[in-house]
Every structure is written in structure tokens, then in C-alpha cells.
Design a protein around this ligand. Sequence first.
Ligand code: 1PR
Length: 535
Amino acid sequence: SSGDSVVTLLDYGAGNVRSVRNAIRFLGFEIKDVQTPQDILNARQLVFPGVGAFAAAMEVLSKTGMDEALCSYIEKDRPFLGICLGLQLLFESSEENGPVKGLGLIPGTVGRFDSSNGFRVPHIGWNALQITKDSGILDDVGNHHVYFVHSYRAMPSDDNNEWISSTCDYGDKFIASIRRGNVHAVQFHPEKSGDVGLSILRRFLNPKSNMTKKPGEGKALKLAKRVIACLDVRANDNGDLVVTKGDQYDVREHTKENEVRNLGKPVDLAGQYYKDGADEVSFLNITGFRDFPLGDLPMLQVLRYTSENVFVPLTVGGGIRDFTDSTGRYYSSLEVASEYFRSGADKISIGSDAVYAAEEYLRTGVKTGKTSLEQISRVYGNQAVVVSIDPRRVYVKDPNDVQLKTVRVSNPGPNGEEYAWYQCTVNGGREGRQIGAYELAKAVEELGAGEILLNCIDCDGQGKGFDVDLIKLISDAVSIPVIASSGAGAPAHFSEVFNKTNASAALAAGIFHRKEVPIQSVKEHLLKEGIEVRI
Ligand code: 1PR
């Protein structure tokens, strides 16, 4: 009957659950949204994708009476799937801005990962599960990577052991999933875990189905190094949104017409890269600094369409800042980011505005709480906020000549200089600022960035390899994950950056757009070099 294909979704309006909606629809189910506590009690199967902060979620649940409905639904052993915060809320309490009381169905406290033992926080990326009992929905998944993104986790204990169906190792061995009867919850994101994640969702939604496609053999052991495909997007001179690619940020052809390079359509390319095995896809709206992105509806459309078929994390950047349009209407950076999230982004990335925020913070020593970076990470969590750095190398003879952090470079400069600092730029590399990538990275980590996308203008589009000096400097300076970017031209460049630096991910554009090397070959090369990747 048609009732069988209806899934009830508990979305309390705190953030982006579009990805979960898209995955459920992709699997052929309809969604009914919970409006009242009674809708929970009447659900045939309930999916609860928790987003945002623990305290805020509990507040909404108790104000609306949904907390009691949830507890009684779960105590009756009705089909339930909690995702991420939807797992954490089942526990007694959380240390996130707390202690804050949870639903109290499972014994235990949710605490923060400890970054002092060398593990980066947030825990972002594809990690392996150790299945500890018949989970019902995770069969065969034990040897595969699934996508996590969180800073808090619940820990196993004698009191909650009977609930645990899998654990994951990340410094601590934390609870990756629970199961009791028909009640399931997962700390990772099945809706962002590619085919493996979809098969988990399918098994929950349709437990009797034997049409489940089993994932093939896997051999996941630990957190994988990510390979990210990046699409620089802008309107060409005809007004069509195209994927473009620069040489050291110059995206125009060197012809008489001087047209914007066109390497394809954003939605098509993103879909292709997903199929090819990209661990994430990033869109950078590279003219967002001058054209207001909410005026740029096509970019939002690109996100909407892409997120319908791409089940790995999507990041979007460009133009995230406060803005007043030509009619005098004011938009806060938070509104701009929210619109990106609502359209299907899992993370947003901030470039120019993060430079201004860091400069101000370093000048005054005060966190105002008002910068785009601080506001967005407060509402959506740091794991949803990437800072994109666009530095340019500045060689110096003597490190004492500058106040900024320098490195001894592997290849001396044009006049034999042995040192360099990395100057941050804004507005797509057009304007240099008196702040280095090192100083910026440390400042934005303090202001709430969850990850750093580290470009390098000198290397961009050159295909000669990543700037290992720069990436080592930054990835050793912060404890949030760093994405190495700019310069990939061969599979060996990826293994080099992972062997020589602490980068968590490597991002590339041109090499994939020009179809020189498929993503799969990069992964196979890394695997052969003994580097953990998601296959
Ligand atoms: O300042 O918040 O509006 O954000 C603007 C964003 O757009 C920033 O993230 C900035 O990096 C990006 N951007 C601006 N102008 C350009 C340009 O190319 N003219 N692109 C630009 C950045 C760099 C990478 C590129 C890698 C890998 N492109 O995204 O994909 O360098 O390339 P490769 O593998 O081909 O070497 P805001």
C-alpha cells in the first residue's frame, strides 16, 4: 500500500536536513513532516536527523512536547532512526555548552573529543566501523568507510553496552551506532556516505526488501585521507553559470576575446565526480565577492539539483558576508549562509570575510561574536564552517626582515631567497593584506572555523604539485583539519602531500576537469602507497 512508502521526518527547523530528505526521496519514499507530537506517535517509521547544538535541540523538543512523544515512541519499540545529534539526544546528558539534559533513554554522557592526543577536532571524514552485534541495518558495512562530522561523542560503558551495535576509533573508541529492537541511531551520516550509506537507509526503510544491493568487499581500517573535487563556478560573458579554472587565479583565455574558460556544467560535473569516487565536492562561487550570491539564484539552483543525486558532502563558498542590495535591503552573512544550507550545502566556506575578521581579532584581541565566521559557527556548529585561504608566496632573504611567520622554502626564490611568508589575499587574489596564512589560520581556528581549505596562488593550475612547505606549516599550526589545495598534476602529488604533511584531505580541480587523471586512479595510487582511502 502507499502508506508503506511514507517516512515521517522530525525536522525541528534547526538547520539543513535537506540531504536526508533527498536521500529518502532518492530511495523512492515520500516524506511526511512532523507538525505535532501526535504525528510522532502515529508514525509508521520515524527518521530524526539531529542538527545544530544539543541544548537548542532539547529546548525545541521540550517546548513542543516532542520530547515525551519521542520517548514513548521509542519505548514502544517503534521503527526509529536517529542520525548524528539524533543519536546523542537519546543519552542522559551532553557536555556541549553544558551539561545539558538529554532524553535519557540510554545511560551515558556525550562529551567532546580530546584533541590533545593528536587527533583533529572536529572529527571530519570517512572512518571505519567495528560492528559489535547484529545491527539489523549495518550488515556488510563493517569493512567500509562512512562519513562522520562531529566534535562530541558518546562513549561505551557497562551501562549502555547492550545498546551498542558498532564503535569507531578516533583517539577514543566511541559509539558509532546503537540498536535495540526496531530502534536505531547512528553517529555518522548515511545520507552523505555514498552507496554504502544509501544501502543502510534502504535497509532501515524497507527491512523486508531483498533488493538491497550489498556493498562489495571493503577493507576500511581508520580515518581515510579525503580526495575532494573542486568546481570554481562563475557566470561567463553570456550569463551562463560555468565551471571555470584559472592559472594562478586568472580564469580568462589568452585569446583576443579573452573569454572565461568553460570546462563544463556545474551540476553535471559534480554528478560525474560523485560517481567517480570523490569524497566531497566543493563549489566556489568565485565572483561572489563582488556579485551578491543571493542575487545569483542559479548558484542556489546548482546546489539544489546537485544535492538530489550526490550523496557525499557538499561545500559552497563565495560571497558570504553582510550585504545591502540596490533596494537598500540588508542581508546578514548568516542569512546568506542559511540560504546556502537550505539549498543543499553541508558546509559553507568563507574567504575574504574571514581575513577581515582575523585582522580585527589580531588587532584588538577581542572576539566580538559578530563576525560571519563566529555567527555561522555558533548557529550551525564549527564543523559546518570552512575558511578558504588564498595566499601568495613572498620571498625574503632574512626571516628577521618581517614580523610574520616565515618558512625555509624547499626551492629558493628568484634571487636565491631561502625564506618566504605566505601573504593572505582577498577578492579572488586581487588584493594582498598584511597578514600571513599562518597568523590567519591560528586566528580563524580560535574564532570558530572547523576546517581550513588551503589554496596557494603560486601553485594554482600549474600541475606541478602542492606547496608542501605551506601545507606543512599550516597543518602543524592548527588542530582542525586542513585541506591541501592547488597544484595537483599527477597521482604522486597526492601521496607526496599526505606523506610530507598532516593534511587531512587534498583538493584538486584542473587535473579532474581536463580528464587527465580520474579520481579512481588517484585513490588506487594512494592505496598502493599504503595511505588509507575510501574505495
Ligand atoms: O572571498 O568569501 O567571496 O570566497 C571566494 C572564494 O573563491 C574563495 O574560496 C577563493 O579561493 C575562490 N576564488 C576566488 N577567485 C578565484 C579564482 O580562481 N580567480 N578560486 C577563486 C579559487 C582555487 C581553488 C582551486 C585550486 C585547485 N580557486 O579552488 O580549485 O587551486 O586548482 P588546481 O587543482 O587546478 O591547481 P569569498
